[in-house]
Design a protein around this ligand. Structure first.
Ligand code: ADP
Ligand code: MG
Length: 242
């Protein structure tokens, strides 16, 4: 059973169709990379999976359970899905430690001491334990983004959704964030990520999906998509960006 199963979803914004029968599966421990031109729906897809955006048709299942429909506890499903966005959205008025412990304490009802111990352990793994009492504006963009990833991990998600998490970073800060994602991949974390970093996608992806025309236009292992794409649209997209 796939951890995430997207079946024939449809999504419109007003008269604009974003998904027109999109289907996609993410298996446990897979790292699936979404690529495609700006506006093809990468962010919308991640937001739909997290229940932040409703769909107009089809279905999304997380570990077999439907995200939509009568009687669905979206909040319970959402707890299993961590999401990190392009622009670091740490709460500016809270310390790093409070940012990381907020959801475990408030949503999972983890006792504060336990949540803080776990947060410190996660921060230590990325070498930021000495920043625990700092406010986000004292951190570099790369450090903030790594804390945002830790904040998502603190909920012990089954899957992480990452939306162009290096796009807003200065070039010299991209590597530290990608390195953290690489470590998560090695540890077996299931991830679905939208990315412009083709070199990185080629390196870490189990599967690459090229979104075009409201669907997954072509999908396959990175060697296929980057080395020998079968579809002309995939080829022309990749030609434009290199
Ligand atoms: P990508 O992340 O691949 O660049 P998006 O998912 O952001 O693409 O957007 C897909 C399409 O949906 C775009 O045409 C965008 O303008 C449109 N769109 C996204 N969010 C909204 C919204 N909240 N309201 C109206 N249109 C939207
Ligand atoms: Mg986007």
């Amino acid at each position: 059973m796939a951890l995430i199963e997207i079946r024939d979803i449809h999504k419109n914004f007003g008269g604009h169709t974003v998904f027109n029968g999109m289907s996609l599966a993410v298996e446990e421990h897979q790292v699936v990379c979404l690529i495609g031109p700006s506006g093809c729906g990468k962010s919308t897809l991640l937001r739909c999976i997290n229940g932040l955006e409703p769909i107009d048709g089809g279905e999304i299942r997380i570990h077999g359970e439907r995200m939509t429909g009568p009687g669905v506890d979206v909040n319970a499903l959402r707890r299993d899905v961590g999401i990190v966005f392009q622009s670091f959205n740490l709460f500016p008025h809270m310390t790093v430690l409070d940012n990381v412990t907020l959801a475990p304490i408030q949503v999972l009802k983890v006792p504060r001491a336990e949540a803080e111990a776990r947060a410190m352990e996660l921060l230590k793994r990325i070498g930021l334990e000495q920043k625990a009492t700092s406010y986000p504006d004292r951190l570099s963009g790369g450090q903030q983004q790594r804390v945002a990833i830790v904040r998502a991990l603190a909920m012990d998600p089954m899957i992480m959704l990452l939306d162009e998490i290096t796009s807003a970073l200065d070039p010299e800060l991209v590597a530290e964030v990608l390195s953290m994602v690489r470590d998560l991949a090695r540890e077996g974390m299931t991830m679905l990520l939208a990315t412009h970093e083709m070199g990185f996608a080629r390196e870490v992806a189990s599967k690459v999906c090229f979104l075009y025309g409201g669907k997954v236009h072509e999908e396959g292992p990175p060697e296929q998509i980057f080395g020998a794409p079968r579809e002309e649209r995939t080829r022309s997209f990749l030609r434009q960006i290199v």
